[in-house]
Design a protein around this ligand. Sequence first.
Ligand SMILES: [Ca+2]
Length: 283
Amino acid sequence: MATPTAPSVFLLAFLHVIIAQSTTSTDSRCVYSFNVPASDCSSQTPDSNVEVQVVKSLAVGLQAQVKQLARELKDLRAELATLKTGGATSNERKETTGGVVYVRWGRKTCHGNATLLYWGYAGGTYCNTKGGGTNYQCLHRDPQWGKHTDGLNSGAYMHGAEYQTSPGNSPFLKTNFAGSLDHVDVPCAVCHVPERQAKVMIPARKECPNEWTREYHGYLVTNAESYSRTTFECMDEAPEVLEGTGRDENGALFYIVEADCSHSLPCPNYVNGWALTCVVCTK
Ligand SMILES: [Ca+2]
């Protein structure tokens, strides 16, 4: 990998000059040591003094070349370290070790290059209570418990989640579940994209901006306005279900969200009564 550089060649040439000088000097101390008292060199001829000046000049040049070589050595070591780590620079390594994580609501798998951290059960606060958490959770299927007491004592509870979509008003594809989604329980997937660092959920869009990658798209969902407040999430356009569920038990609920032109929403371009789409993008 390392080939002789120009400074390296210069150094070799300089050493050759030093050796040649040593064979003609009458007092090698006066050639090599600049700390020798001038009186000790008094016997030197004028030609010898000229040689001393030449060597001093060369020494100054040598110092500069040594510094240059040190810089090149530092660069080579950095290049070697980069090659050992697969070609990424330190900044690139920092970027590729983070990545971005998103939840794919309604699915058990991830898109494209995304890695599935786990798939689980959508959950949240009961639909019509005024307290509790607002954000839906993607619950792991294998919970790990700490200290506990039996009984519902704390006042805050976690519930499973249902699709709450009347069959006549469901925009979802039946690719992954042919029946009615109404009251069926909802899976979710937590997905990691190591090579990208940003994510965004865009309501009312199915496509991502240029240079962004679409992870999935579908329809915007949240709880009903007449119930308690939750977050808006993006439900996959072709939902899967938790097998064996479908009883109307409520819990946390996912309703599709329709445009309502009666309160400040710009219509057009929004259309009264139409279900809002959504897309999750990464970059
Ligand atoms: Ca229900």
